[in-house]
Design a binder for this molecule. Structure first.
Ligand code: ADP
Ligand code: ZN
Ligand code: ZN
Length: 731
């Protein structure tokens, strides 16, 4: 007899909640993985049944009965529940929050599951005459078809809705004419296309190495330079896994990378694809989640949170651009999808492949130590060649909008040959700060230790950390002088300067401001890809994994900002960014060229990247980390606290430090409390306590005892605090 139900509820509590079964519900009707409606305080909540036993953690008379069982059959398998509980334990996060956050939003709220419905729209072969007629009679229909073609022939309904307003009438009309059809991703009737080329020897070796481990756990690092054909390796492996009747989990860091990838996968892999990312509507995500859970889609493609989705018969896990910090959730439940992908593969007994041109030092160390198989692709696939990199010393140069004469000349040369150039600057807005020449006033944010960025077109000063904004002042708020001037450059200014300099060359700017409108990003990326735009200006949004075949020159306007960061990972991030941006050059038939402006041309990081390569940089950086005993040569957890008064956060962390020192008895290094690098943010003062150990296990053992009692410390109720295991960002 086991009549106590252990239920996960979305509450900040380190444990499960105990209930009795709902009245008149026989025990056979209850199974872990079902949702139940339970009384909670004076209201009701939806929870997930995790286990049954005969033991309750509270006195019998305090137990209440659940109200109702919401699912006839479990939504999650026991294995999956166990995996999610493992994840919650590892990150020392309340299990209820972790388990419930793994459910789609509607299901989390206790709603009944949706019935599957077509969510993908694709173009059918149409008669050219009918198509031409549309241009005259139905411009909206024609526009939609043109857009679909740009997307590679198909798109999800949510992408479509993001791009067009009130689209349903148009879709109905086109369906009626047989010019488009609706379905699910990957269920197209069109025959699969065979690969267009033979694998390069290194690609073939990589495929063979992973294939030989199918059916067992093994981790691989696919360390392949940009454009070396990593995606092709993934595709061949995916084919083999599907042939064996097993499923594939494919993680990418960015939503904007998925449309192209879906099209590529659809052409090569049979069966539907479940696409899980935050750009889709709640309904679409839930349907994709159900398809994955029921094994109806054997390919599950998604961003970070997809690693928590149920995928039965998992046969392979792929993590593309594994170094990308987007895999780490930076607030709330702070997990790393890359790291959890490894755990997932281990529990499912299947291989996992981490791919990157600029692997994280974590993964490189694992490869060097022999824990991961190390697969190298050292050459670009096909005809493409690797670009040459060169530094431009801008000391004592007259810059125009941040651009040196040499850079402007190089741009001129490329544009006059009819090729594309990309100009990269990792700062959006017009200028990072506005200053007064009269009194030295700076556009400080009133709520942060940061400056408000000048956005000229919007006519506003905006803080990029807390969103606080005001209109652009005409006179100095401090002394009244009209001599207000922007300092430094952002992408908005670059756009202006380049347009003035190269009129007649179409330019697209790709950053968060320029792409906030409906469908804008897709549009701009399409113009960049097909060569309609000859100048591409942007932030790191441009750097991520895109394939622009016509780009012959990549210019990095300012690499100095990243050279002296306070964070010990600053150099690693900068090196990755430089190599990734540079990797956008020369991906087609022309050789590419990369120019970097700097005032520190002798800086060792730049010298190593220009004269050697990322691998050389990484070897050096790993040596330094080992000497300094920093990750990946040690293991960290960061306790963050913030409060309206600076002392409150520090008091709390002092109490926490005393507690952890007592628990650890010298087995951990405890640093702090110290003010966070950005001490004040959004009106709150922030402090850090850093814990570090030489072994992961040791750190985990102490966190296990430490974290659950943090909330009982005297000042715990007066601060916001959080625990970040394996923090990526110390700021
Ligand atoms: P990565 O993911 O490593 O940046 P991709 O897989 O996108 O590279 O490949 C870059 C380009 O090279 C793509 O256009 C792809 O079709 C092409 N490609 C990949 N493998 C080969 C090959 N073996 N022969 C010829 N072209 C290839
Ligand atoms: Zn002034
Ligand atoms: Zn601010």
């Amino acid at each position: 007899m086991s009549s106590i139900l252990h239920i996960a509820l979305p509450a900040p509590v380190y444990g499960l909640f105990d209930y009795l079964p709902p009245e008149n519900t026989p025990e056979e009707k209850l199974a872990p993985g079902q949702r139940l409606l339970v009384p909670f305080g004076h209201s009701e909540r939806c929870g997930l049944l995790v286990g049954l036993s005969d033991r309750a953690s509270v006195a019998a008379h305090k137990l209440r009965a659940a109200r109702a069982v919401l699912d006839e059959r479990p939504l999650m398998s026991r294995e999956h529940l166990a995996f999610l509980r493992w994840v919650a334990d590892y990150y020392h996060h309340p299990p209820g929050e972790v388990l419930l956050s793994a459910l789609p939003v509607r299901l989390r709220k206790g709603k009944p599951p949706l019935v599957p419905r077509p969510d993908r729209i694709r173009i059918c072969d149409t008669d050219p005459e009918a198509f031409a007629a549309l241009a005259r009679r139905a411009p909206r229909q024609r526009q939609l078809l043109d857009w679909l073609r740009e997307q590679g022939g198909s798109a999800s309904m949510s992408e479509l809705r993001r791009r067009f307003d009130n689209v349903h009438g148009v879709v109905r009309a086109l369906c009626g004419k047989g010019m488009i059809s609706l379905g699910m991703a990957g269920d197209a009737a069109t025959p699969l296309q065979p690969p267009r080329f033979a694998l390069e020897p290194e690609q073939a070796q990589a495929v063979a190495a992973v294939a030989s481990r199918l059916g067992r756990y093994h981790a691989f690092l696919l360390d392949g330079v940009t454009g070396s054909g990593k995606t092709e390796v993934y595709l061949r492996l995916a084919q083999q896994v599907l042939e064996q009747g097993r499923s594939l989990l494919f993680l990418v860091p960015e939503i904007s990378l998925t449309p192209q990838l879906i099209n590529r996968l659809e052409k090569r892999l049979p069966g539907p694809i479940a696409v899980l990312h935050s750009g889709r509507s709640d309904g679409e995500r839930e349907q994709a989640w159900q398809m994955a859970r029921q094994g109806r889609a054997r390919v599950v493609l998604g961003t970070r949170s997809a690693v928590l989705a149920p995928v039965p018969d998992l046969g392979l896990v792929l993590v593309d651009e594994e170094h990308d910090s987007a895999y780490k959730q930076q607030e709330g439940f702070r997990y790393s999808a890359r790291d959890m992908a490894l755990v997932r593969a281990q529990r499912a007994n299947c291989p996992v492949v981490l791919g990157s041109a600029t692997p994280s030092l974590e993964s490189l160390k694992n490869a060097m130590d022999g824990r991961y198989g190390w697969l190298k692709l050292t050459r670009r696939a096909g005809k493409a060649q690797h670009p040459g990199m060169q530094l431009l010393d801008i000391r004592n140069q007259r810059l125009q909008g941040g651009l040196s004469p040499a850079l402007l000349q190089a741009l001129e040369a490329v544009l006059s040959e009819g090729r594309q150039a990309m100009v990269f600057l990792n700062r959006r807005g017009y200028a990072p700060v506005l200053t007064c020449y009269g009194c030295g006033w700076l556009s400080d944010c009133p709520r942060c230790d940061a400056r408000q960025t000048m956005h000229r077109r919007q006519g506003r000063l905006i803080c990029h950390h807390c969103g606080n904004e005001r209109s652009l002042p005409r006179q100095c708020p401090s002394c009244g002088s009209p001599e207000l001037h922007p300092l430094g450059q952002g992408t908005e200014q670059l756009e202006q300067v380049l347009q003035q300099h190269f009129p007649g060359h179409p330019l697209v700017r790709i950053d968060r401001d320029a792409t906030s409108a409906k469908g804008r990003l897709d549009d701009l990326l399409a113009q960049a890809r097909d060569g309609r735009a000859s100048l591409l200006v942007g932030t790191q949004m441009l750097a991520k994994g895109h394939h622009f075949p016509g780009v012959a020159l990549v210019a990095l306007v300012d690499v100095d900002g990243g050279l002296f960061g306070a964070d010990f990972r600053a150099a690693e991030r900068m090196a990755q960014l430089i190599i990734q941006v540079a990797g956008r050059a020369g991906r087609g038939e022309y050789p590419g060229r990369v120019l970097m402006q700097t005032r520190f041309p002798d800086h060792p990081l730049l010298q190593t990247l220009v004269n050697e390569d990322y691998a050389a940089f990484a070897r050096e950086a790993l040596k330094e980390r080992a000497q300094a005993e920093l990750p990946p040569c040690s293991f960290q957890a960061l306790i963050r606290a913030s409060a309206v008064k600076a002392e409150t956060a520090e008091d709390f962390l002092r109490q926490a430090a005393a507690l952890v020192e007592k628990l650890a008895g010298g087995a951990l290094q405890v640093w702090g409390p110290v003010p966070a690098p950005m001490r004040k943010r959004a009106g709150r003062y922030r402090s850090h306590l850093l814990l570090q150990a030489d072994q992961r296990k040791r750190l985990q053992r102490i966190l296990e005892d430490f974290v659950p009692v943090l909330s009982t410390l005297p000042d715990a109720g007066r601060v916001r605090w959080s625990v970040d295991v394996d923090p990526l960002d110390l700021y």
